[in-house]
Design a protein. Structure first.
Length: 74
């Protein structure tokens, strides 16, 4: 009979892991949407750069908040 490995995780640990993975996936989806928006609109290199700079600041702010929380240890 094969050995069964069971991972026990508290609800809080599962929620934190799920939140991190899902938000990361949504961020990747947003980057893809920004790329397609720049490509399909014919914005060119500079226009695509402006899209990533302006709309990507929200993604950067969310990621920076997580890093700052780790550094400050709140």
């Amino acid at each position: 009979m094969p050995e069964v490995i069971v991972f026990y995780m508290s609800i809080a640990e599962f929620e934190q892991l799920s939140l991190t993975l899902c938000i990361g996936g949504l961020m990747l989806l947003m980057v893809f949407i920004l790329y397609r928006l720049g490509k399909d609109s014919g914005a060119g290199k500079f226009g695509t750069f402006v899209l990533f700079l302006s709309l990507g600041m929200g993604i950067f702010g969310f990621a920076a908040k997580s890093v700052i929380r780790l550094i400050v240890d709140i």
